[in-house]
Design a protein around this ligand. Structure first.
Ligand code: FES
Ligand SMILES: [Fe+2]
Length: 347
């Protein structure tokens, strides 16, 4: 079950890390991908290996919104089509149509300050997979108030499960602002299916979740998870909102990138941003530290356990993934295995 999921949109690059006329190379599912932004602002992505002699384009440069290979100067456009081979004489140009030479290109879309890449088959029916999340009525060009990009040294499955695990808070995230093992309560939360995922339905956060107190008023929260590894928390306090969108992307089987973007419409909260960012970074680092230590044990390939109900979301993740593979293989509709249920645990 350690297979990675293809034919999916992955959160790949934070928009602010790719300025106009810049390139950025990233490994996604074990393959190098070069993202570049044209002078017009449009983003493209192509496989970061020159089809001529295999050198990565990242060592080259952008010329007139095209990628120029550092070795012999062949130029490729955003669609991966070769537009120029400088060594060709005029007569050779008539015989060799360079536009027949192509490098794989990737579909990309940019929304809410994040660049998403579709990793999969070129002819895949785009209506048959989960789409990047929609964040309420926020305009697609909204910019995040806070961005975190980090790498987990583990397989995406363990990163996903760590992300949705309700029972580790008191142990991994020990903090005066959060909670400790002495202040755990019994929790009962209603869950239900959403397309390609599941949702913890809107509710008031528990009394021991002190971090929510920062918002004042009566916050309610709703958490949605969809394969391949996207989670959105939407906190609502009257007309005020706080979104956290988290996207996990497999760099390869041993490394996973996490992009976490937060958005809010509370100007006073922006004054506290250094404090919130430090808290969020610390929180994420505690998770990274836990999965890094976990690797020491996983090296020995132990049998693992998933218990009810604290690990039920992890079980759902695995069954959603299994259903994705089975429905793709059998070329049939995806049937969400998640049912409406209330889960209980102490945390
Ligand atoms: S290797 Fe890229 S142009 Fe020759
Ligand atoms: Fe955590």
């Amino acid at each position: 079950m350690y297979e990675l999921i293809k034919n999916q949109w992955y959160a790949a690059v934070s928009s602010k890390d790719l300025k106009p006329e810049q390139m950025l190379s990233l490994e996604i599912m074990g393959d190098p991908v070069l993202f570049f932004r044209k002078s017009t602002g449009e983003v493209s992505a192509i496989r970061d290996i020159c089809p001529h002699r295999g050198i990565p384009f990242k060592h080259g440069r952008l010329v007139h919104d095209m990628v120029e290979c550092p070795y012999h100067g062949w130029k490729f456009d955003g669609g991966g089509v070769c537009r120029e081979i400088p060594s060709l004489t005029e007569t050779q140009k008539e015989k060799l149509d360079c536009t027949k030479i192509k490098v794989k290109s990737y579909q990309v879309q940019e929304r809410y300050g994040c660049i998403w890449a579709f990793i999969g088959d070129a002819d895949f029916d785009q209506t048959k997979c989960p789409q990047p999340p929609v964040l309420g009525d926020m305009p697609l060009n909204a910019k995040p108030n806070m961005i975190q990009v980090e790498t987990f040294d583990c397989h995406i499955d363990h990163a996903v499960i760590g992300l949705m695990d309700p029972a580790h808070g008191a142990y991994v995230h020990k903090s005066r602002l959060w909670r400790n093992e002495k202040s755990t309560y019994e929790k009962h939360k209603a869950f239900g299916p959403v397309d390609y995922g599941f949702q913890m339905k809107r509710h008031q956060p528990s009394a021991n979740s002190k971090a929510y107190k920062i918002f004042g008023g009566q916050p309610t929260t709703e958490i949605t998870f969809r394969i391949p590894g996207n989670r959105v928390e939407h906190i609502q306090i009257g007309s005020r909102y706080f979104f956290t969108a988290t996207g996990l992307m497999p760099i390869n089987e041993k490394k996973t990138q996490i992009i976490q973007l937060s958005y809010w419409n509370m100007p006073w909260l922006s004054l506290l941003k250094p404090f919130i960012a430090a808290f969020a970074d610390n929180f994420l680092w505690q998770d990274i530290d836990a999965v890094t230590k976990q690797q020491e044990g996983l090296k020995y390939d132990p049998n693992l356990m998933l218990i009810n109900d604290a690990d039920t979301q992890a079980k759902w993740y695995y069954s959603l993934k299994k259903e994705w593979f089975e429905s793709s293989e059998q070329k049939r509709e995806f049937n969400n295995p998640v049912k409406d249920v209330t889960l209980s645990w102490k945390s």
